[in-house]
Design a protein around this ligand. Structure first.
Ligand code: NCD
Length: 305
């Protein structure tokens, strides 16, 4: 069985069958990773194109590829790029598609991933397009929720923080909409509310959601998905300063509850370090899950599952 898509740009069109398939292969990859990998992607090359800073997404893709015996070529920052010399994004992708078998790109502009995918001759993965989407993070988030909660059906997920610019929240909301009985509680300052486009999508799919600026309301959920206020997206740094400490989760807030606590990381103060010791603080397990989900995706998109 193969996936319904050749490029992964957005989670809006991802189907439930795709997710089951990716998760099934991800579970197999947990064992492969435990054995320090295998050679099923030997001879394949991933190009990591990062026009915006990244540690974990870039490393996670590189590790996934290396663990499967593949190789990685990588470019980071605007100064490396022929874009700097005036080349179009489309031409860069056409050229890189001659070098590599699969491309992962992070770019500061929303919509850049869709433009790149249109011209890509090899499978293309959106590693984050500005404030748009971050589909692979959302897949690993969903995988983690299922693992920690035992199910996706009927889960109540509170998404907290910068819901306006937080691309992981957008992609995750689209995926959650596929599961019956899911409820989303969007917790943000009014200035950083979830975009209308995401709300409209959820409404069209009949998903129940509420919006609030109170973290206390979010604490009732089964899953707390904390996020960072996205400093780099603010035109006015004073507005960022005003909002940056809007929510801080402490261990005492969730003590005695079984709430799964997630964060795409990096955290910059929204989850206090005393939360780390709680058994339900799952953000470092989430990082590990990111490797296996990406191993699965690379394998499936390259037709080697
Ligand atoms: C996220 C991103 O880049 O959108 N990080 C990540 O990929 N793990 C979240 C963030 O930067 O806040």
């Amino acid at each position: 069985m193969s996936l319904s898509f050749r490029h992964l740009v957005s989670t809006q069109k991802v189907e439930k069958a795709d997710i089951s398939h990716i998760f099934q292969v991800s579970r197999e990859m947990e064992e492969v990773l435990m054995r320090r990998g295998d050679q099923r992607l030997q001879g394949y090359i991933l190009a990591n194109l990062f026009y915006e800073p990244s540690t974990r997404t870039r490393f996670s893709f590189a590790v996934a590829m290396h663990r499967l015996g593949g190789q990685v070529i990588s470019a980071e920052g605007i100064q490396f790029s022929s874009l700097y010399k005036g080349e179009s994004l489309e031409d860069t992708i056409r050229v890189v598609g001659q070098y590599a078998d699969i491309i992962c790109m992070r770019h500061p502009e929303q919509g850049s991933a869709a433009r790149a995918a249109v011209v890509s001759s090899v499978p293309f993965i959106n590693g984050g397009d500005g404030p748009g989407e971050h589909p692979t993070q959302a897949l690993l988030d969903l995988y983690t929720i299922e693992k920690e909660q035992g199910t996706l059906e009927g889960v109540r997920v509170a998404l907290v923080g910068d819901l306006h610019y937080g691309r992981t929240v957008h992609s995750l909301s689209f995926l959650l909409s596929l599961y019956p009985g899911v409820q989303c509680i969007f917790v943000s300052p009014v200035e950083l509310r979830i975009p209308d486009s995401v709300r409209d999508f959820l409404t069209a799919r009949g998903v129940r959601y509420t919006e609030t600026d109170s973290l206390i309301e979010g604490l009732q959920a089964d899953v707390l998905y904390m996020t960072r206020i996205q400093k780099e997206r603010f035109q006015d740094q004073r507005a960022y300063e005003k909002l940056k400490s809007a929510y801080v989760l402490h261990a005492a807030d969730v003590k005695g509850r079984r709430t799964t606590i997630l964060h795409p990381l990096p955290r910059v103060g929204e989850v206090a370090s005393d939360v780390d010791d709680l058994p339900n603080a799952a953000y470092f397990r989430q990082v590990r899950n990111g490797i296996v989900v990406r191993m699965a995706l690379l394998t499936l998109l390259l037709g080697k599952a």
